[in-house]
Ligand binder design. Structure first.
Ligand SMILES: [Zn+2]
Length: 455
């Protein structure tokens, strides 16, 4: 690992673009550094791109892409979402940094699949740990190089991955770095868990603090130990040739956009909404955004059902659940606006009645449907052989045979080497994640004016 990277500085349009309010200017910078990384006695040259966007004061988030390059579709979707959020959402205030490890393809396309898989992942993890991590902990150094003044540290670090379709797993999983990953900092863990739970309801993800993987010890755990809340985000699936509808990446990008919006406008504020007209309008907005995401999920699941007659029933049922969640959220959004208007008119009694008689029961129903939805995913019999290319007839490596065995998904979680081509994770279902968005939904109007904290 060379301590002196080759630096190629590409300052871009710094401070030229006006923010949407016109009040602040969007500053941006780009830096590419190329690092020397040694793995098993071989020396590799690995470029990393850093994109810095700053629009006045506000929240500060770091997105990490490219740690596992085979999961690149998920990285591309998140990057498109980030560009959209910064430039076109009209809602970006604060700082967003994207680091993207660009491992040259020739390093992991030698034809030896097992070796390629391992090298690609190890290189990404080492590059992050020995080079990128420094900037996450000291963003001001990166800021100086790109010409954007950065102060403070990220409030959330999100490492973006993708996983294989799998028994028992929901598609989108947030994994806050905690004790099982080697993060011994309870404060950063608690905060990351809170943020993840707030995000989960918006995008229909599950939160699983117990899910292990190969990257957290190298990526999210070191960040979290230093006090920065950190999470791994399984941004849907990879290896999609036969598994996903053609529009899967569009769907994923839309979901990532909602995630970023939710992050900056809601989740980093602890999911707090005050029981004021303004608070209820904010809530109305969030229910609407979440409803849009659940609509997309319903459409995606319908397409998936057409492609997979074997388990079309389960997929259609999930789609139906998503539709019901969406329509409830829309109704709740309308009711939140009514509550806001009633409060403004000084009619607290009517407002409280609307909350008690309508919003609370609907909120409980959404939670119930959401739990059923997450539970339903466990019944999708996605087989790993559906998504791995058929083995060639000649010279079948042993691991291809392993992949086809029915016990594979279980064995892979403990197998040494077997896991090399699999998702090396224990899929444990944690406690049913709350809908963070929903959970704080209904501020207790009658009881007090205190803002609603998580749950
Ligand atoms: Zn990964």
């Amino acid at each position: 690992m060379s301590p002196r990277p080759t630096t190629l500085l590409v300052p871009l349009l710094t401070g030229l673009l006006l923010g949407t309010t016109g009040a602040t200017a969007l500053e941006q910078g780009h830096l590419r550094e190329t690092y020397t990384v040694t793995l098993n006695g071989v020396t590799y040259r690995v470029p990393v791109d850093y994109y810095v966007w700053k629009n006045g004061d506000g929240h500060f988030v770091w997105l990490s892409l490219g740690v596992h390059p085979l999961e690149h579709q998920a990285h591309e979707c998140m990057f498109h979402a980030a560009q959209w959020f910064v430039r076109y959402s009209g809602e970006f205030r604060g700082t967003l940094i994207v680091s993207w490890i660009r491992i040259p393809k020739e390093y992991y396309t030698t034809g030896d699949r097992q070796r390629d898989y391992q090298v690609s992942r190890d290189l990404g993890q080492l590059t992050f740990y020995h080079h990128v991590l420094r900037y996450v902990l000291h963003p001001e150094e990166l800021g100086r190089k790109v010409g954007v003044r950065l102060t403070g540290r990220p409030e959330l670090f999100l490492d973006v991955h993708a996983h294989r379709p799998w028994w028992g797993a929901s598609e989108f999983i947030l994994i806050p770095a905690g004790p099982v990953h080697g993060n011994d900092n309870p404060t950063s863990y608690r905060k990351a868990l809170q943020i993840c739970e707030a995000l989960a309801g918006v995008i229909g993800a599950s939160v699983d603090p117990n899910q292990k993987g190969t990257s957290p010890p190298w990526v999210t755990a070191p960040v979290a130990r230093a006090g920065i809340p950190a999470a791994t985000f399984e941004n849907g699936y990879y290896y999609l040739e036969r598994e996903m509808p053609a529009n899967y990446d569009n769907y994923r990008t839309e979901l990532d956009k909602a995630l970023l919006e939710a992050l900056y406008l809601y989740a980093l504020e602890g999911g707090r909404v005050s029981p004021t007209p303004e608070g209820y309008r904010k809530l109305a907005h969030w229910y609407e955004v979440a409803a849009g995401v659940w609509d997309r999920t319903a459409r995606y699941l319908e397409l998936a059902a057409d492609q997979h007659p074997d388990y079309a029933d389960v997929l259609r049922h999930l789609s139906e659940l998503a539709r019901r969640i969406s329509s409830l959220l829309r109704r709740m959004s309308d009711e939140c606006r009514q509550v806001a208007a009633l409060l403004e008119a000084g009619n607290r009694r009517e407002a409280a009645r609307l909350v008690d008689d309508r919003l609370l029961p609907e909120y409980n129903e959404v939670r119930r449907l959401y739990a059923e939805y997450i539970e339903g995913y466990r019944r999708i019999p996605v087989r790993i052989v559906d998504v791995v290319q058929p083995p060639s007839k000649t010279e079948r490596p042993w691991w291809e045979w392993v992949l086809e065995q029915p016990w594979f998904p279980v064995a892979a979680t403990v197998g040494v080497g077997v896991g090399a081509l699999a998702v090396v994770k224990l899929v444990k279902t944690g406690p049913i994640p709350i809908l963070g968005l929903i959970a704080c939904a209904v501020p207790p109007l009658r009881r007090s004016l205190r803002s609603c904290s998580r749950r």
